[in-house]
Design a protein around this ligand. Structure first.
Ligand SMILES: Cc1cc2nc3c(=O)[nH]c(=O)nc-3n(C[C@H](O)[C@H](O)[C@H](O)COP(=O)(O)OP(=O)(O)OC[C@H]3O[C@@H](n4cnc5c(N)ncnc54)[C@H](O)[C@@H]3O)c2cc1C
Length: 420
């Protein structure tokens, strides 16, 4: 691109072709509405992540287009994951299946572990084939000016690609300059997590049905260490911690990851014959523990650009895709009424927080609990012998509304006094 790039006029420009932007573009295409999707990367590209795809990903893909959900379900590049193992600081662990009785219905997986280089590429390949979707890769949009007929979007210094869009769906991730400069969203260390991720080959002791593992080890609190099993004996291994704790304790996450693998008595055995593939990479997680404004004049923020990551589990892919879906729905109505004002777009924000808000709130509480290892140990000890709690947690993966039960003090009383 050079300074003479002609101005491209479009109704809708989507910034970023990650899961949030891709979901928005796929839904717009389904509604018969054209859009321009711009990503600075050329796909396939990597993204530092745990690579865990919760049931939400499949649910929203099924809503957008079941054929895409089907292609994901049969992709060789992912492992079917049937549950989550939570391991407390005292090493008591509970396995929570994603579906009750899952061993009887293993032909219908709901959760996956899939490297982002593969998952994001699967979505982008869909975009390339969709009518109405124009995908521009390797082009960065970094400067934004609101004019009477839309946003003028350009590369740094006003050069490179030049786009005029009536509406912008901002899905360009954690370091979104639009979210920072236009929406005014700053990183807040109490609502932001640092994470590092590595790929290992040959980690022993993984669950036969690829349960993802969250280890709340004493040495990494208030963060957690994870092992997410991939196909072919590979695992995504990582560590995440609240940014305020990282700076308060001056933690070097890469070093802590390596120390955990080499020195923790359980991990040392499991990693004895494992080999690190490539580098240990780090990236930020903007958490949804504080609600942010997701709309403004002629724009909507989606996914990490809108700080929508679950503060307890670190799940952001499904949340980004839900947000992308709702942004596309709202964009369609805005086009119909030719009204792109913040007021007209406000129901998008309401939709996102109606669907994801209760879950984000409960996860924020659970995240705070990690600061009190004794409380966490205590609840895990109860959970390990309490069927009601385990079943409730399984149901929670299928029905976000059930997390409301964690708000009810009677729930904890029942747990304390029940035995089975
Ligand atoms: C260490 C770590 C572990 C995680 N583990 C998990 C997990 O296991 N499961 C889970 O669900 N979530 C996890 N997450 C969160 C998850 O990675 C994000 O929530 C998710 O990627 C958000 O998707 P998105 O589409 O909003 O943004 P992204 O996936 O970041 O996509 C943004 C896109 O925008 C493009 N872009 C950026 N700037 C520009 C620009 N100026 N112009 C054009 N394009 C631009 C980028 O190239 C990129 O393709 C993890 C995150 C981290 C850091």
């Amino acid at each position: 691109m050079n300074e003479e790039s002609p101005l491209q006029r479009v109704d809708i420009c989507i910034l970023g072709a990650g899961p949030g932007g891709a979901a928005a573009a796929l839904q717009l295409s389904r509604l018969g509405l054209p859009c321009l999707v711009v990503d600075k990367a050329v796909f396939p590209r990597d993204k530092v992540c745990g690579d865990g795809l919760s049931g939400k990903v499949l649910t929203i893909l099924n809503r957008i287009d079941p054929s895409v959900a089907q292609r994901l379900s049969i992709a060789d590049s992912k492992a079917d994951s049937w549950g989550v193992s939570f391991i407390a600081p005292n090493r008591i662990g509970i396995d929570i299946p994603l579906k009750p009785d899952y061993e009887r219905q293993m032909d219908k997986p709901v959760g996956f572990v899939c490297r982002r280089v593969d998952f994001d590429d699967l979505l982008v390949q869909e975009l390339r084939q969709r009518p109405g979707v124009t995908l521009l890769e390797g082009a960065s949009l970094d400067e934004f000016r609101l004019e009477s007929d839309g946003w003028l979007l350009t590369g740094k210094g006003g050069v490179g690609l030049r786009v005029k869009a009536k509406l912008v769906i901002v899905a360009n991730g954690t370091h979104s300059s639009f979210a920072r400069d236009v929406a005014g969203h700053e990183m807040h260390p109490d609502h932001h997590c640092g994470g590092v991720r590595a790929y290992y080959q040959g980690v022993k002791g993984c669950h036969p049905h690829h349960f993802i593992e969250l280890h709340f080890l004493k040495g990494v609190l208030p963060g957690y260490f994870w092992i997410f099993p991939l196909p072919g004996g590979r695992a995504n291994v990582g560590l995440g911690m609240l940014s305020s704790a990282i700076s308060r304790r001056k933690v070097n996450l890469r070093k802590l990851l390596q120390e955990t693998v080499a020195e923790d008595p359980v991990m040392r055995e499991r990693f004895r014959d494992a080999t690190l593939e490539g580098r240990i990479d780090g990236y930020g997680l903007p958490l949804g523990s504080a609600r942010r404004a997701l709309v403004g004049e002629r724009y909507m923020l989606v996914g990490d650009a809108g700080h929508l990551i679950d503060p307890f589990t670190g799940e952001g892919i499904g949340n980004a895709m839900y947000a992308g879906y709702y942004a596309a729905q709202r964009a369609a109505l805005a086009l119909q009424s030719d009204d792109f004002s913040a007021k007209a777009l406000a129901p998008y924000e309401a939709d996102v927080y109606r669907v994801l808000g209760p879950e984000l709130d409960i996860s924020h509480r659970l995240q705070k609990m990690v600061r009190y290892p004794w409380l966490f140990n205590f609840l895990m000890r109860i959970g390990a012998r309490n069927r009601e709690l385990r079943e409730l947690m399984t149901c929670m993966f299928n029905d976000v509304d059930l997390r409301h039960r964690f708000r009810d003090p009677r729930f904890y009383l029942r747990l304390l006094f029940s035995h089975g």
